[in-house]
Design a protein. Structure first.
Ligand code: FPP
Length: 246
């Protein structure tokens, strides 16, 4: 198994698609919302593990632009859990030096409630100066919608459209692209998550439901990542040179 203790073998940015909460709850004979609550309980341990390893950026896909199509009580329940979570966790985030930022459409015209928007502003403002780790929460987020909003902004400001200007107009401006995207719950797709930013991300799919994905499962994913050969469309310096010369 690859050694994850070499700093170069660790991702700088891991993005998580936290799938399988509902199925986990149903299997346990619980309402789906209990699955989302259990999904929040694992965040703490994962952040601590990554802090310990020195991984500086984590992104969590908490609510997509498509998730509004779920039953209203589940949608309202998720937002309620999020508000309670950040109210409860703010002290811990400050103590650990974790900066929290939100990506997605958070405009006044969005479907987010005034309470959710004000919670987000409060958490972002309070944690703004923290430098140990940046946790990005994708809320009312869709990759296509993010790219469209960015392109619209560039057109409206008469800025030339280039890969650089577009990347800088995305919600993730300032964050490195994810090196590793982990999706739990057994499905193998991106579901409109970080479409621009994931061009060269390594993908890791776990059969575990998100509430089951703890520090041990994360280490397994990191060991798998450490064994990947990342070429970014190029060649592996020594090995491919030898083959080319042969
Ligand atoms: C997908 O599982 C999960 C969600 C739509 C919501 C996940 C959100 C959280 C756990 C909250 C995260 C909070 C923070 C602070 C980052 P699913 O309901 O689609 O599961 P299923 O596929 O089994 O039905």
């Amino acid at each position: 198994m690859a050694d994850i203790t070499f700093p170069h073998a660790l991702p700088r940015h891991i993005a998580f698609i936290m799938d399988g909460n509902g199925r986990w709850a149903t299997r346990a004979g619980l309402p789906r919302l209990k699955g989302h609550a259990a999904g929040m309980d694992v965040l703490h341990g994962l952040c601590d593990e990554c802090l310990g390893l020195g991984i500086p950026c984590l992104t969590f896909y908490a609510f997509s632009t498509e998730n509004w199509s779920r039953p209203w009580d589940e949608v309202a329940g998720i937002f309620n859990l999020l508000e309670v979570y950040f109210q409860r966790e703010l002290k811990n985030l400050m103590a650990k030096g974790i900066r929290v930022q939100f990506i997605g459409d958070h405009s006044e015209e969005s479907r987010l409630s005034a309470e959710t928007r004000s919670m987000m502003e409060r958490v972002e403002a309070a944690t703004k100066g923290n430098t140990a780790m940046t946790v990005t929460v994708a809320l009312n987020y869709g990759g296509r919608e993010e790219i469209l909003r960015a392109a619209q902004r560039l057109v409206e400001s008469h800025t030339p459209l280039t890969a650089e200007t577009l990347a800088a107009a995305l919600d993730t401006c300032g964050l490195p692209d994810p090196d590793l995207i982990i999706r739990t719950g057994g499905e193998q797709r991106l579901s409109n998550f970080l479409l621009w930013q994931s061009s060269y991300a390594e993908l890791y799919f776990s059969p575990l439901a998100w509430p089951e994905f703890g520090a041990a499962a994360l280490r397994e994913a990191l060991a798998d990542y450490a064994g990947r050969q990342r070429r970014f469309g190029g060649l592996v310096p020594d090995k491919d040179k030898a083959v080319a010369q042969a």
